[in-house]
Design a protein around this ligand. Structure first.
Ligand code: FMN
Length: 195
């Protein structure tokens, strides 16, 4: 009798953990930035293609919670000024400050991490966020997606993998401005590889 009770409890536990396996989409996006100074055609198409838009689509498709990485300081609105801020951070002259968020990643099994490609790398806020949540991330699976003007995200993906070896990484995808009309199909394919 006792054996059956234990077995039933194990089955109930298995059932609930599979039904309630939770995922979240964590993203960083400067979706209000004016890219006009770089490329006028890009600026015109910007509102319907940025990391935020893609993150919303991933969350919708996977029924995930959507968590945005917020900065303490607002980035400048113009691309060249934003690049200057980024370069000052890279040189150590300026601190990287993300909001001390209340995100608790403990309850998630799968995390989809999205960010734009910046100077062939990634915004410093990404590593800051992963460090902030380092303990919660051990053994979790992270799948990376990026939006980009055209540069690949391979450099940043390698950097993240090297720095956070306790994380299990799924397949990564990078979607360029030229692929923007096709982003939903590309995300669907990528989600298929991560399922
Ligand atoms: C500071 C900065 C640096 C960028 N560097 C690159 C780059 O090296 N290569 C590239 O293809 N696009 C680059 N871009 C363009 C972004 O990757 C692209 O516009 C992305 O879709 C922006 O996503 P977001 O609007 O969600 O921030 C850069 C944009 C910014 C703001």
């Amino acid at each position: 009798m006792k054996k059956y009770v234990v077995l039933s409890l194990v089955l109930i536990e298995l059932f609930f953990s599979s039904v309630y396996a939770k995922s979240c989409v964590v993203f960083f996006s400067l979706d209000t930035l004016d890219l006009g100074a770089v490329d006028a055609s890009t600026a015109a198409t910007r509102p319907d293609f940025n990391t935020h838009t893609v993150a919303q689509y991933v969350a919708e498709k996977t029924k995930s919670d959507l968590l945005r990485i917020e900065t303490m300081e607002t980035y400048p609105n113009k691309i060249n000024a934003a690049i200057n801020v980024f370069q000052e951070q890279l040189s150590g002259a300026r601190a990287v400050s993300i909001k001390a968020d209340k995100d608790n990643l403990d309850s998630y099994d799968q995390i989809y991490l999205g960010y734009p490609v910046w100077l062939n790398g990634m915004p410093n806020e990404i590593v800051a966020y992963l460090k902030m949540h380092e303990k919660e991330l051990a053994g979790k699976r992270i799948s990376i997606f990026s939006t980009t003007g055209g540069s690949p995200n391979s450099q940043s993906v390698t950097e993240i993998k090297n720095q956070f070896q306790q994380i299990v990484f799924g397949s990564a995808v990078s979607i360029s401005m030229m692929q923007k009309d096709n982003y939903k199909t590309l995300i669907d394919e990528w989600l298929g590889k991560n399922s």
